[in-house]
Ligand binder design. Structure first.
Ligand code: NAP
Length: 263
């Protein structure tokens, strides 16, 4: 499959480039950056023979190169418009960029279906994180008192993380509604109790040295349960990205969430 990478200079994009180069059935055909300083990338770490065109404009790349799939890891500001551009060109998309609203995902799904192409958007491509979300969803049925603590590096632009929102959405499907905390609780400093989603509280920690981590803490009378996942390295996301790229060939719709393509 001919694969292009949008946001190739970023932390995730760089890792995706290395992954595409390593996988025998995937061919890196182009990369996109919004402010490119070079025409070709010739060296990325150990792959010194590389010579791939660099585009400053996604549409131009799609018109000229016609890849089978574009992997996008850019920023929440441009994630939606980039995905729309890719799908409108009739090209498959695998998108890890976070910050999509449910309405945007629905609109992108309509475009994918009208063009009969496959696409996958996932707030987390780490298989362990998907399992963490599924375990949390299962536990929420029996433990409706729950709070999420997500922890990321301090260059992350959006809060709460896409993974935390997705976890809360999944738990809301199995959990009986409970508003966390005392009914008459007061925040002495604004934000002390975190963000609220369907009565659940989400707390975002940003520190240098972290990659992507999440704890889902359940409490009940006399017992507690914690489900935790840690991505110590961005390589943890790459098997999910490669699987998703291959999966788009079989799809004629957009799928949201890696869990929906795992057996
Ligand atoms: P990052 O290091 O800031 O990389 C983003 C890259 O995109 C930067 O090189 C940025 O360039 C570039 N960019 C910005 N606008 C662009 C545009 N219009 N076209 C092409 N490139 C553009 O961020 P990151 O840590 O790699 O994360 C990227 C996204 O993936 C974030 O939304 C993050 O939350 C998400 N993420 C998802 C997963 C997952 O598993 N789904 C895992 C980790 C992160 P400049 O720096 O020059 O602006």
């Amino acid at each position: 499959m001919k694969v292009a990478v949008s946001g190739f200079k970023g932390r995730m994009g760089h890792e995706v480039v290395k992954t595409v180069l390593k996988e025998a059935d995937l061919e890196l055909v182009a990369v996109v950056d919004h402010e490119p300083k070079e025409k070709n990338i010739r060296e990325i770490t150990e792959f010194s023979t590389l010579d791939v065109p660099v585009f400053g404009n996604l549409s131009e790349m799609l018109d000229e190169i016609k890849p089978d799939c574009v992997v996008d890891f850019t920023t929440p500001k441009v994630g939606y418009s980039n995905t729309k551009t890719i799908l409108e060109h009739g090209v498959s998309a695998v998108v890890g960029t976070t910050g999509f609203t449910p309405e945007q995902i629905e609109h992108l799904r309509e475009i994918a279906e009208s063009k009969k192409i496959g696409a996958l958007i996932a707030p987390n491509f780490a298989v362990g994180a998907v399992l963490m979300m599924q375990f949390a969803q299962k536990a929420a049925k029996y433990f409706p008192n729950v709070e999420i603590i997500e922890l990321h590096h301090d260059n992350k632009l959006d809060a709460p993380s896409g993974t935390a929102v997705k976890t809360a959405e999944m738990m809301a499907e199995t959990r009986e509604f409970v508003k966390q905390g005392a009914t008459d609780e007061v925040e002495l400093i604004e934000g002390a109790r975190g963000a609220e989603y369907e009565g659940m509280r989400i707390h975002s920690v940003r520190l240098p040295g972290l990659v992507a981590h999440q704890e889902v803490i359940f409490g009940a009378e006399g017992q507690g349960l914690t489900v935790r996942h840690d991505s110590y390295d961005r390589i943890s996301f790459m098997s999910g990205v490669a699987l998703s790229v291959r999966k788009t060939k079989e799809l004629e719709t957009l799928i949201y969430g890696l869990e929906n393509i795992l057996d």
